[in-house]
Design a protein around this ligand. Structure first.
Ligand SMILES: CC(=O)SCCNC(=O)CCNC(=O)[C@H](O)C(C)(C)COP(=O)(O)OP(=O)(O)OC[C@H]1O[C@@H](n2cnc3c(N)ncnc32)[C@H](O)[C@@H]1OP(=O)(O)O
Ligand SMILES: CC(C)C(=O)C(=O)O
Length: 548
């Protein structure tokens, strides 16, 4: 095969690390979160956000609980500059929130960046330059020393400007951009040089952000790089180690999680993962992963519909229906065995017990979804899902034997219809199939005498009204005998169940009957204020099916 030549690519060269410890670590607390939606997310959009969209997105990020928000690249665009000015001048930044801005390590851009930040209460100045071998050789055409010098000069410039504005609480952040493509030793060397300029202390830490600008290896290799970096960098205790992963191999969240286990303190990402190419690390997924393990993510993600709506409105990108925790279909089971298990587990789940429901890693109501959406019936579904829907929507608690009878009827309908069978259609199918107590005959007046044996006299209303009477052990038996004698059939009641209706009814009862009539099985269902009337109407429904 000539067009698909894997020898064209070289494998990632992992860092050599002995006795790695990260595989034994657990994530037990939330990292410091930083949103880069308004910068990395924004720079990846076909149509970058307008100031109005940025305002709307910023409000969401504050409500979600981010305390560090990268609001733009003010030296790169007037719009970003104006947005930063608006935030500061209109006092839109809560006192406990740091706005963060990105700049290349170039003096004129750093100067313009500080101009945008005049009057800020707290700000993180994030400076970067690429350190990878590819970029050193092909983009900058510089050796390692030249690249280190860009970083050092940038760090000096950042420090000098900050000193001129002591009224602002400054935090410095440096990224050796393309960290994953950089020899880890060299990244350590550059960061050591930057830290020497910034002189951090335990009370005045700097942020060192290690980006998987492009995800180039499996997440374990990234974690090795992070652990190696944390072990070897000089002033580890004076640094907040931050991660900024991308999703090129589809593992942006996994890499951030393993990187956190490897020693990082802080995570940059975007809500629902918009960002360059395949996107930034998705904060929603990572935070909800923690939540589902009993760890407080320290972000408020319960109004998932608002998050989705703002992200879609500002990025003009759709959220995939299968997006973890957020997609429209992620809490929905179509397949029969899943529905059956979910229905049984939900019936056992109580508020005082830890969540333990098959196929649902979290309780959908935690993110504003309802149980109604959990089970949707199509041709792949079984009796469990059908029964769940009828019970949830209409309070019909179908006995198991009737579930078995009804399921193939729904399945056949779904196969012909080709899609989801909604609750209304399901109810109509149910009524057409079993609630046949009015055609060809309907129950008229009847009386029941209870003695050693019960006697029933009843009128059946049809094209011709008929009088029937019979005896038996109980109303059902007496009515079956009366029907059998009149129509010349043998009727045996083989299943019977009743219950009060709680949904959409005022003290009504429902009766489910299965009868064997001359060797064939029929199922009848009827609803009435009075349980005896419901029961005998259900028997009549079976006979109507036989004679119709
Ligand atoms: C991985 C990331 O997401 S990094 C962030 C990327 N985001 C963006 O680039 C969005 C905003 N950027 C821009 O609008 C523009 O790049 C600007 C306005 C910042 C700069 O524009 P320009 O100066 O016209 O062009 P450009 O970005 O191509 O800069 C190229 C020059 O900067 C140098 N450079 C690039 N990055 C850096 C850096 N981080 N530090 C120092 N120099 C750098 C390049 O070597 C090149 O130098 P040369 O002109 O001597 O060859
Ligand atoms: C500037 C850096 C952190 C970045 O956006 C990246 O490497 O993806």
């Amino acid at each position: 095969m000539t067009s698909f030549d894997h020898t064209k690519y070289t494998p990632f060269q992992p860092v050599v690390i002995e006795n790695r410890t990260w595989p034994d670590q657990e994530i037990t607390k939330a990292p410091i979160w930083s949103s880069v939606d308004l910068r990395d997310g924004n720079q990846a959009l076909v149509e970058p956000m307008t100031v109005e969209q940025k305002k709307q997105f910023f409000a969401l990020l504050v409500d979600v609980g981010f305390k560090e928000i990268e609001v733009g690249f003010p030296a790169a665009s007037q719009l970003d500059f104006d947005f930063v000015r608006w935030l500061i001048e209109e006092n839109k930044v809560p006192d406990d929130v740091y706005i963060q801005v990105l700049t290349q390590a170039r003096p004129e851009l750093i100067a313009r960046t500080y101009e945008s930040l005049k009057g800020a209460k707290k700000a993180i100045v994030h400076v970067y330059n690429s350190t990878s071998k590819t970029q050193r050789e092909q983009v900058f055409r510089l050796g390692k020393d030249g690249i280190k010098e860009i970083a050092v000069k940038g760090a000096e410039c950042v420090k000098e400007h900050a000193a001129k504005h002591p009224e602002t609480e400054w935090v410095f952040q440096y990224s050796p951009e393309s960290f994953t493509g950089t020899e880890t030793d060299f990244a350590v060397e550059v960061v050591n040089a930057v830290a020497d300029v910034w002189q951090p202390t335990p009370d005045n830490k700097i942020i060192i952000n290690l980006p998987a600008t492009v995800e180039v290896a499996t997440p374990n290799r990234f974690a090795d790089q992070i652990e190696y970096f944390c072990r070897n960098v000089k002033q580890r205790d004076n640094m907040i180690i931050s991660l900024h992963t991308h999703n090129d191999r589809g593992c942006g969240v996994a890499a951030a999680e393993l990187g956190l286990m490897a020693g990082a303190d802080r995570i940059e990402g975007t809500l629902l993962g918009n960002g360059e190419r395949t996107g930034n690390m998705d904060v929603v997924t990572m935070a909800m992963n923690m939540y589902s393990q009993g760890v407080d993510p320290e972000l408020v993600l319960s109004d998932m519909d608002r998050i989705i709506s703002v992200v879609q409105a500002c990025t003009l990108l759709q959220v995939h229906p299968r997006h973890p925790y957020a997609g429209e279909l992620v809490f929905t089971a179509f397949s029969g065995s899943h529905q059956d298990a979910i229905k049984k587990c939900l019936a056992n789940q109580t508020a005082d017990k830890p969540w333990d429901v098959a196929y649902l890693p979290i309780d959908p109501t935690d993110v504003g979804r309802s149980y109604q959406e959990v089970i949707r019936v199509n041709s792949q579904s079984g009796k469990g899902g059908i029964a769940y829907t009828l019970e949830q929507e209409y309070g019909l608690a179908l006995p198991r034997w009737l579930q078995v009878e009804f399921s193939p009827i729904v399945q056949k309908f779904a196969e012909i219809d080709g899609g989801v069978v909604d609750a209304q259609s399901m109810k109509k199918l149910f009524e057409d199939s079993f609630m046949t107590g009015s055609t060809p005959y309907q129950l008229g007046k009847y009386d029941l005498t209870k003695d050693d044996i019960d006697t029933v006299n009843a009128e059946l209303i049809g094209s011709e009204n008929v009088q029937i009477s019979g005896n038996g052990n109980g109303a059902l038996s007496a009515f079956s005998t009366a029907l059998g004698e009149h129509f010349g059939m043998r009727i045996d009641i083989i299943q019977y169940q009743e219950h009060a209706l709680t949904v959409g009814s005022d003290a009504q009862a429902i009766a489910y009957v299965q009868a064997n009539i001359d060797g064939d099985r029929f199922n009848g269902v009827a609803i009435h204020n009075d349980i005896v009337s419901a029961s005998i109407q259900a028997v009549l429904a079976t006979v109507n099916q036989k004679i119709a």
